[in-house]
Ligand binder design. Sequence first.
Ligand code: GLU
Length: 260
Amino acid sequence: MSIGAKYNRIVVKIGTSTLTHETGKLNLRRIETLARVLSDIKNAGSEVILVSSGAVSAGVAKIGFHRPTCTKEKQALAAIGQNEIMKLYGKFFSLFGHPIAQLLLTKDVIDSPSRRVAAEDTLETLLSMGCVPIINENDSVSCYEIDFGGNDRLSACVGVLVKADIVINLTDIDGYYDSDPRKNPDAKLIERVEGVTDEMVENAGGAGTERGTGGMQAKLIAAQMLADAKIPMMIVRGTDPEILYEVIDGTARGTYFAVK
Ligand code: GLU
């Protein structure tokens, strides 16, 4: 199947551990490749929305700070780093001929009917203008007790908001395994999940690296939220963002969360 033939509207989520090196600094080659591949997918006729993490890490890297130890530090670092990330996306997407737009959401926007419609309208308008909306949580003003619970869930909210045809989660693992592959070398990748059960969520683990936040549990919850809206999700390793072509062609190694 050719690019864009099956998925008209694609939400791609990329996590901090995929956007950064082990040093905590931004992985420029990966960000550039991501911008190129998304631009190409857009050139082929699909609409693309990117949900990008990395603000806090970029803030840490920018000022040489330690990992934040409290909410105030995290929020301040996100304010520093969000700008850094957007500068890079702006540069790379413009190299490939596409305008970008930033949307920073908080959960109260999604929970409030009128503000939700405003976000929905803005996204629709941006897409009709040919922009690539780039979305993150507005960490600097979020109340973490009532937040999205990370960008995996935020990407599900965005998928529902824009009525995406698929949400693709680029992460630091190939997909959903029957046990934790970091602990069990015999763990098997499950390539297709017909429905996420609460038991699967309970048994899933948290973040795989110090820099990442979500982990498999948050991804399964995101898949459940999307399934309720009849939107499929796919988890793939984001080391090489060119894997997005394979997702579109239906040949990627990863886990596809089907919907009924
Ligand atoms: N919004 C956070 C950031 O940009 C990341 C949250 C997450 O990855 O789940 O650093």
